[in-house]
Design a protein around this ligand. Sequence first.
Ligand code: F0G
Length: 427
Amino acid sequence: MSLWKLVCVDCQSEYAGLQLRYRCDCGGTLDVVHDFQSRCDQLPTLAQLDTRLASKNNIDRSGVWRFREFVLPLDSSHIVSRHEGNTNLYVAPCLAEFSGVASLCLKHEGENPTGSFKDRGMTAGVSIARRLGMDRVACASTGNTSASMASYAAVAGMKAYVFIPEGNIAYGKLSQALAYGARTIQVDGDFDVAMELVEKICVDNGIYLLNSLNPFRIEGQKAIGWELMQDLDWVVPDWLVLPGGNLGNSSAIYKAFQEMKDLGFIKHLPRFAVIQAHGANPLFTAFRTHSPLTPVTNAQTRATAIKIGHPVSWKKSMRAVVATGGVVEEVTDQEILDAKAKVDASGIGAEPASCATVAGLRKLVSAGTIKHDETVCGILTGHLLKDPDVVVGYHQGTLNGIVSNFANAPVSVAASVEAVTEALKKT
Ligand code: F0G
């Protein structure tokens, strides 16, 4: 086989590695399957991967392309990179205490160039678009994918079309799509409607689709797993906790861990805990009832990034949970926003969907599923500034149906020394 092939998750049909195709003929999603065996003499060792951390080579400096032999072995002339990745892994004692575990590490993917983990998948997707000679790219998005694609398309000189659910994405993300110059199409419907539409539009018009349905996006996102293990000196944590929306990220990180294990870099897999919002919880229900996924119509949550009722990659994500002995949990908006107040106040900060990670961890610890002394890594997926409206609304107590348990409300004072001095005494 060539360097990789595409294999259907449902019927195992195989397709050649590079072609304009997002699904199997049967409709199933596709996996990139690498032939690591045939190029085992070209694969770097862990020590060589560490050496690249100090390299001044542009490609080595990306937290995705540093792992290129395992992600996608592309010629460097095709790579469109913004030195994505290289995100911090924080040790967070106060959030460990809030969650009920002895210690907690949080990898902050909001520290990517456009403020979310999507940049890792997007550098791979846009590089493949360039390799295929495409000059137009598109995606449906709850906001972060569109922000990321708009940026990478601009860098690559491609025309970008983003399809977003009107009125349902955070302003930070909408601003990014507009600012980076993407043609922004606000669809009168939710994410699931926009997703169905964009797939048809792309296939009919020869525009390259860059949602995580595109298997190459998943390959880039795998680098979260590779970089996390490099951060941890290849010591596998007991649990990996992350939010689930369209379910590409859990699929990707699991694939990375499985490949690291197959290659002999690690001995076992972490257990995956995928956290969904209560109002957008189809994977949670499928997991709990041991049944195929039933889409949630009219999904609802204030964590708009994961307001998705019909996730494209649910089979791949379920595979991650089942293969690792993991779980799927759901959390309410109240739990998400209280956890967010704690994540923000710890000085780290993240957008609402990211904080489902901490809310879900807390719930799983209190249920006894995750034990106090087990090692846990959580993924924070997006930057705090993506959704300032929710932050201000929470702290001012203006979010309908949400009790601001950890509010830090601003105070208004007269412009006099006496009034300010009086106000300071109250804090
Ligand atoms: N967290 C954030 C901040 C996100 O933007 C997303 C997804 C997720 C978590 C869920 O990841 O879909 O791989 O399960 N955002 C997509 C978007 C859907 O369009 O930006 P997932």
